[in-house]
Write a protein that binds this ligand. Structure first.
Ligand code: UDP
Length: 432
């Protein structure tokens, strides 16, 4: 696919520096590149370059623009990713990135074939208008969440902190908007509601974006354990859908009480499991990280469960036939990976969009099970133990209903499906 002039169209992609945002940008870029006709440059700061390795090795024509992460009084020196701070730093990271406007403008002006559009996380809406007015280009917003969350934000603008309010309001200024969801899951009316707010039709549901195959072993970074050993352990699980996976995305750190409750439940349930643990950056008086995994836990579950500290190839795990259920914070990226993997979701929503994601999937659709709620809440161990045990049963109604949604998702992304056509339509409109 190429523009009406037959020339390739250049776009600059600017992902927000958080794993849950960079990764779906990468998967979307892959979809755009395979459509043909687009030249793509991706802007990242030095510590996030590794996210692009597999994408660039798959598509060597993709250019990388690396600019230094600008300093900000509230962001510790050396931090370039939300993974290393809490959700409270979301606005400051965006504001810090905004200082890249001048270097971006300079890069545009010195480029022999400058982009006609920036394709950019909506979390950057507060400053991208400067690029639009100075460079006279289009902005395409991409938010790796669903239409329901967006609509929810639109109707609560007055009660939002000023950064969130501005970010959402300025979505209206985007030439177009892409959403990592699909109409068959959420219904046309949600997407139409967004079009009504935007006052135009250039809103596309392009999900679920599938993790690119080339990078699945190193998606988001090298695994902290040998991937082949992890896969061999899963392969050794005889029964399909019999393993519980526990993970809370890239940002959430559990406290001691939560770890204990979870550890107890896993131990007593007798289920096989993989537990992805992110150790908190809490150090003791001797400057050592204080381990929060219950004492002796790993010895007691040896052979039956794996505890993995650090980065884990999550998408690969969720696609393994042995995984049956997934206790998750309900980040949208993880939800969609669970959907594609055909894994029953056990919801423990913690912050931001997790709550509204649970509202749709647990309360409205009945396709997932809520087990706890809130960043500091401690689940009841007994109850959680029972949920773990029953979550791997084949005949759970939530599992059956979720598998029907999976079918719809796979149809949406295959050739001729709604999301597949939406990406084609977006590329055509961008080039016209
Ligand atoms: N992820 C991963 N390994 C980890 C932690 C997270 O691959 O150890 C990936 C996960 O597969 C997902 C993304 O990071 O693609 C997290 O996005 P999500 O929206 O679920 O949650 P967030 O981390 O933004 O809270």
């Amino acid at each position: 696919m190429s523009s009406s002039s037959g020339k390739s169209t250049h776009i600059l992609v600017i992902p927000y520096p958080a794993s849950g945002h960079i990764l779906p940008h990468i998967d979307l870029i892959h979809q755009l590149v395979i459509r043909g006709g687009l030249d793509i440059t991706v802007l990242v700061t030095p510590k996030n370059v590794h996210f692009l390795n597999s994408l660039v090795s798959l598509h060597p024509t993709i250019e990388t623009l690396v600019l230094p992460f600008p300093s900000h009084p509230n962001i510790p020196a050396g931090v370039e990713n939300m993974q290393d701070v809490t959700i409270d730093s979301c606005a400051d990271i965006s504001i810090a990135f905004g200082q890249l406007c001048d270097p971006i403008i300079h890069w545009f002006r010195s480029h022999p074939c400058p982009p006609i559009a920036i394709f950019c996380d909506t979390l950057f809406n507060s400053w991208t208008h400067r690029l639009v007015s100075t460079l006279r280009i289009k902005t395409v917003g991409f938010m790796p969440t669903n239409a329901h969350f967006f609509l929810n934000c639109f109707s609560h603008l007055d009660s939002m902190p000023s950064f969130a309010n501005e970010t959402i309001l300025k979505t209206k200024d985007n030439w177009g908007l892409l959403i990592n969801s699909f109409t068959e899951l959420e219904g046309d009316e949600k997407f139409n509601g967004i079009k009504g707010f935007m006052k135009h039709d250039k809103v596309w549901g392009v999900g679920p974006l599938i993790p690119i195959k080339a990078g699945d072993k190193e998606r988001g970074g090298p695994s902290s354990v040998p991937v082949d050993e992890l896969m061999a352990w899963l392969d050794s699980c005889q029964v399909d859908k019999s393993v519980v996976y526990v993970g809370f995305g890239s940002q959430i750190r559990l406290n001691r009480q939560q770890m204990e409750a979870l550890g107890n439940a896993l131990e007593k349930s007798g289920v096989r499991f993989v537990w992805a643990v992110k150790e908190p950056a809490v150090k003791n008086d001797h400057d050592h990280v204080v381990p929060l995994i219950p004492s002796g836990f790993e010895d007691r579950v040896v052979g039956r469960g794996l505890v993995i500290r650090g980065w884990i190839p999550q998408a690969l795990i969720l696609n393994h036939r042995a995984i049956g259920s997934y206790l998750t914070h309900f980040g949208w990226g993880s939800v969609l990976e669970g959907l594609i993997g055909g894994v029953l979701l056990l919801a423990w929503p913690m912050q931001v969009d997790h709550f509204s994601n649970a509202t749709i999937l647990v309360d409205q659709m009945g396709v997932a099970i809520r087990v706890c709620e809130g960043l500091t809440s401690v689940p009841d161990s007994e109850n959680l133990m029972k949920i773990f045990t029953s979550s791997i049963k084949e005949d759970r109604p939530e599992r059956i209903a979720w598998m029907k949604q999976r079918e719809k998702a796979l149809n949406a992304i295959k050739k001729g499906g709604s999301s597949y056509k939406a990406i084609d339509d977006f590329v055509t409109q961008l080039q016209s």
